[in-house]
Design a protein around this ligand. Structure first.
Ligand code: FMN
Ligand code: FE2
Ligand code: FE2
Length: 390
């Protein structure tokens, strides 16, 4: 999905993109590496009345206010619509409110209770609280508001502009990366599972509301404006929120101290591929856990290979399993390979984590390697792969 496929920052003459691209940020939300940065999107609807749709992270306030001012062309905004109060979007509320003192702030009732945490309490006097299906008429354009609680904060709402059929979707459908050039899917997936993943059921509720709308464009708070055929995006969100895999295939994730477990993991991946099934191998010590998590959700099967470490197992693997559990990883098949020089314990430890997740079918076979891979281990790996793929 690129610009040519319908990703564009141009919406219409009346609905203008006013987002900013933060290419310097190292960690989004203090933990997710964003090698290609992230955009904080904002939009302006210019009609008899003017609505600014969300603000941006405090890292970009000045650049954003300049953009807004240019787009306004001497006019003054009547409304700031606040979809979400997380600081990447609320970070410039105070600044724009100070600049345009007549502007009203439109938000959900829940957002109104939380607003004083992100701006001066005095702003509440300028707030308009809206509820499900309330509309705000701007002229030829009108916004209908729909709450989206726990996608992925409690105060979230989305807005639908009916004349141009635009859904302002808050964080939903937003990826990391350069909104103008990066493909949507990989970073939308990583954003979704790491940030929204735990909230599959609230996302399903939002998708049901969206299904009743005639949508021509989706304007998320990150990444490109989505236009053209929206089915691909909607289908991905449908699968993701149902915890259903996108593809048949195996994520082979390993943690290895001296490389022997890594060798076993790669050999197992080769065996998987020989059977015509896709396999992606990830070294958990060298790949950020957010990428591994997204790959795990993409496939229907997971193969974990890990060294024993101080009577337990390699901490990078434990961190990965902690993340999977926290993001409600479920409905998958899994297989285990362990390594240990005197008392291998890794499989037991990994299995204990998998048992805390819903509907993870762990293979009966487990391969135990004692330090280095031996011929008999290869036969065991083949049997494990056969069971996993059966
Ligand atoms: C700090 C440390 C702790 C370890 N703890 C255990 C242990 O508790 N039980 C065990 O069987 N092996 C233990 N090992 C040995 C490794 O699990 C073993 O050498 C294994 O072969 C490592 O696989 P690798 O070659 O993939 O790193 C430990 C190794 C290190 C460095
Ligand atoms: Fe957010
Ligand atoms: Fe966000």
């Amino acid at each position: 999905m690129t610009k040519e496929d319908g990703c564009t920052m141009k919406i219409s003459d009346a609905i203008v993109y006013a987002g900013v691209y933060d290419r310097d940020i190292d960690l989004f939300e203090g933990q997710y590496p964003v090698p290609a940065g992230v955009s904080y999107n904002s939009y302006i609807i210019l009609d008899d009345k003017i609505a600014v749709m969300d603000t941006v992270d405090a890292r970009k306030t000045a650049e954003w206010l300049d953009k807004v001012e240019k787009a306004l062309n001497g006019r003054t905004p009547d409304y700031l619509v606040i979809a979400h109060l997380e600081p990447d979007h609320s970070g410039s509320i105070q600044a724009i409110a100070d600049r345009y003192p007549e502007m009203k702030l439109v938000m959900s009732a829940k957002a109104l209770t939380m607003l004083p945490q992100f701006a001066d309490a005095s702003l509440a006097a300028r707030a308009v609280s809206v509820k499900e299906n309330d509309t705000l008429t701007l002229g030829a354009h009108a916004l209908r508001f729909m709450t989206a609680p726990m996608v992925h904060w409690p105060e979230v709402m989305v807005s639908y502009e009916s004349s141009e059929k635009v859904l302002f979707s808050a964080d939903a459908f937003g990826p990391f990366g350069d909104p103008e050039t990066d493909p949507w899917l990989p970073e939308a997936r990583r954003y979704y599972f790491n940030i929204v993943g735990k909230y599959g059921s609230p996302v399903q509720t939002l998708l049901k509301k969206a299904a009743a709308l005639d949508i021509a464009s989706i304007c998320p708070l990150h990444g490109p404006v989505l236009t053209g055929s929206l089915n691909e995006y909607l289908e991905k969100y449908q699968l993701w929120s149902a915890y259903a895999p996108e593809e048949t295939g195996v994520l082979v994730a390993y943690g290895s101290l001296h490389g022997n477990t890594a060798k076993a993991a790669m050999l197992a991946a080769d065996m998987i591929r020989e059977q015509g099934v896709k396999a992606t191998v990830i070294d958990l010590a060298r790949t950020d856990v957010s990428f591994a998590l997204a790959e795990a959700f993409k496939y229907d099967k997971l193969l974990l290979a890990c060294s024993t470490y101080d009577g337990n197992f390699f901490p990078k693997m434990e961190d990965f399993l902690l993340h999977l559990k926290a993001k409600a990883f479920q409905k998958r098949r899994a297989a285990l390979i362990e390594n240990g020089s005197w008392a291998p314990m890794a499989a037991k430890g990994m299995k204990a984590y998998l048992e805390q997740m819903k509907e993870i079918a762990v293979c009966e076979n487990t391969v135990t390697i004692k330090s280095t891979l031996k011929e008999e281990n290869k036969a065991q790996l083949a049997a494990l792969v056969n069971e996993l793929l059966a």
